[in-house]
Design a protein around this ligand. Structure first.
Ligand SMILES: *Cc1c(COP(=O)(O)O)cnc(C)c1O
Length: 374
């Protein structure tokens, strides 16, 4: 069979059922006027309940949620925020938009997340936050990061955009930092098309973020059109929230779908010279993105694997680049784990209802290539 006769295996796709379609249809037909916030409030309430947090503000993206949250913390010009070098740009961009500087440090080889020792070494009098990004569903070492933060008086923010379904010693990802941000982009475990959410247990930070999220208009302000400060416009629409209500009602099923796909891959590729997303100790991984990292001693050409996927009509993606290797940053090759991961790792397709035959096709490409190269 050539690629033309094999059906396309997409990288990700959302799981949308009659439930989401019903809510979205209702929102389109009736969610206006007096009812224009109904699905937004309901979605925020369901999300708070899922995560076990006090406050939530639905946003148009995780990028917006991070921007609002860091602005509410007062992060600005001259400040520094420490994060892992290997990351999606969305985690770093809001720091730069606020006039602050992202300090890119290396990650751990097993979790692909912040190396606590590197974080501690990067702290200066200008450090205002540690941004813990839970990459591909893997969790940062929250005990170590919070302990470092406490010792230096620096809060830990959680970018949990990829970590719905992940938990650290009984606490859901996103619920442990000064605030957390999630993404509901179409590639994520649950989606609203585009969308995100800001969550926190901190009452003061919530009030500030709420005002900023509403173009600087404070809750309880009697005057119409009266912003007390310059805020943002990163709102989720009622239509998107309607889809979100369906998704969050189905969240356990969506996470289970991701975990099933991951476990199928892991079981089938156990004997191959590679590692996948870890799940150790009291940690649960939501496995948003099954990722293979080829062992260092194995000769591996990432482009050969990508070509093989292409020839088999499979859409896979490269691991993130080190941010410091991008044109807008100063190169930092001393972050050796980040640079090495980027060259040896590939994300595998992982939609919730992927069939065994589809998974087998992906696995066959990986096995064949590693057999040929080792
Ligand atoms: C997807 C993602 C974001 C950005 O989410 P948007 O909703 O697209 O803004 C931020 N951080 C991480 C780690 C992501 O994976």
């Amino acid at each position: 069979m050539n690629s033309l006769t094999k059906s396309r295996i997409h990288y990700t796709k959302p799981s949308i059922t009659a439930l989401e379609i019903g809510y979205a249809t209702d929102a389109a037909a009736n969610g206006w006027g007096e009812r224009c916030y109904d699905y937004i409030y309901r979605f925020e309430a369901l999300f708070r309940e899922h995560l076990g947090v006090k406050h939530a503000i639905a946003t148009s993206s995780a990028t917006g949620a991070l921007h609002i949250g860091m602005a509410a913390m007062g992060i600005g010009a001259g400040d520094e925020v420490v994060l892992g070098d290997i990351n999606w740009i969305a985690s770093a961009a809001p720091i730069i938009h606020l006039g602050a500087t992202p300090i890119l440090v290396d990650v751990l080889a097993d979790s692909w997340c912040l190396d606590p020792a590197a974080v501690e070494a990067a702290i200066t009098p200008k450090t205002r936050a540690i941004l813990a990004v839970h990459l591909y569903g893997n969790l940062c070492d929250m005990n170590a990061l919070r302990e470092i933060g406490k010792r230096h008086g620096i809060p830990v923010i959680e970018d949990a955009a990829e970590a719905i379904g992940s938990a650290w010693y009984g606490h859901r990802a996103g619920s442990m930092g000064i605030f957390g941000a999630f993404s509901f982009h179409g590639t994520k475990t649950m989606t609203t098309g585009e969308g995100g959410i800001f969550v926190t247990n901190d009452d003061d930070l919530y009030e500030k973020a709420l005002t900023l999220s509403n173009h600087g208009r404070a809750r309880g302000e009697a005057r119409q059109f009266w912003p007390e400060t310059i805020g943002f416009k990163y709102k989720m629409s009622n239509l998107q929230a309607a889809i979100g209500c369906g998704q969050i009602e189905r969240i356990e099923e969506l996470i289970a779908g991701k975990r099933r796909v991951f476990e199928y891959y892991r079981n089938a590729m156990r004997a191959l010279p590679l590692r996948m997303n870890p799940e150790r100790g009291e940690v649960i991984n939501g496995y948003w993105m099954p990722t293979i990292v080829i062992d260092e001693h194995v000769p591996f050409e990432r482009s050969a694997l990508l070509h093989s996927f292409e020839a088999n009509n499979i859409d896979a993606r490269v691991f993130f680049w080190p941010l410091s290797s991008l044109p807008s940053f100063t190169p930092h090759p001393a972050n050796i784990v980040s640079y090495s991961l980027s060259s040896r790792a590939v994300n595998l397709p992982s939609y919730h209802d992927m069939k065994d035959e589809e998974l087998d096709r992906v696995i066959a490409c990986v096995s064949k290539l590693l057999a040929a190269q080792s």
